[in-house]
Design a protein around this ligand. Sequence first.
Ligand SMILES: Nc1ncnc2c1ncn2[C@@H]1O[C@H](COP(=O)(O)OP(=O)(O)OP(=O)(O)O)[C@@H](O)[C@H]1O
Ligand SMILES: [Mg+2]
Length: 323
Amino acid sequence: MTSGAELLSEILLDNVKGRHTLIVIGKGGVGKTTFSILAGAVYARKGRTLVASLDPAKHLIEYLGLEKPLKIRRIGENLYAVQYDIAPLAKKLSSEYTITLKQVMPGLTIVNLDEVVKAIRNAPGFEEEIFLRILEELYESDYDYVVIDTPPTGITHRILTLPSLHTFWIEQLYELRTKIISLRYAIARALGREYKPSDPVLRKLEELHEKYKNLAENLRNHDRTSVAIVATPEPLPVYEAKTTLELLDRLGMRCRVLVINRILSREEASSSILEIQEKSIREAKQLGGESCRKIGIKQHSKTPRSLEEALELLNLTVELDKL
Ligand SMILES: Nc1ncnc2c1ncn2[C@@H]1O[C@H](COP(=O)(O)OP(=O)(O)OP(=O)(O)O)[C@@H](O)[C@H]1O
Ligand SMILES: [Mg+2]
């Protein structure tokens, strides 16, 4: 093993005892997919590992030569990869909503359900909801390690926030619905009618509450989940890394490693670029506290386009402090 591989292995497996999920976050184009592959290869030395890409740009397919989305492929010993695709999942989810609506609100038949489904599909938050489903599925999978390559930062931030936000809203809705049910009960009794308090809406709310609570707990559980933040040594990507760290703090999530990727050598860059790079690296070193380790990956002379080529980056991986 190269010293870069050893360093990454030490960081990625530090305090990891059971199954673990690593969520890789960063601005577009900084190297999230590349780092996800590297992390996957490191984990695969210890156990069955899945690299799952939720990035709508589907770059993992090209990178690893996967045949098509949604199909898990073995790409190495103990190493598997899958590219998720939103469109077919959106169709499936919206038809599930139609069934749920029919079940919990039979009176809705008077409205055109097709129109309701269309509205749901275009509703803000629908895409994030699909990602949450995938996240849930990944937590339930039986891989020892799962590395998640995420969509652009804004969407990822919303995905991570939603489980606890949903839990809060569902609790409010549950309270409201309970009031409605008890009012119905009181009216029925006053009229001398029989009233069965079993309510499909309450049951659905209970089911959703359980689901989002579990997700929020899994995300917050440091044994179960940690985050790798990737940035290039430039102001905007480092700024996004900072906002991600602030979000993780608010959500009680753990940053395991901050990766500064594509660090240019003195020969490769002009002095003005080197100046920006140095300032960005200085800033990055200050971020995230001690438990968030910082590493640098130097710029490779050729753009990696396959698993093997990506693995060459392990030779260019160093502790950021040693740069
Ligand atoms: N250290 C490096 N040296 C040279 N090329 C690199 C390095 N890291 C990544 N690349 C190349 O940079 C490009 C962007 O990397 P990658 O696709 O991993 O980024 P991304 O953050 O996943 O992008 P997107 O947001 O578009 O999904 C790729 O062509 C990749 O091969
Ligand atoms: Mg990508």
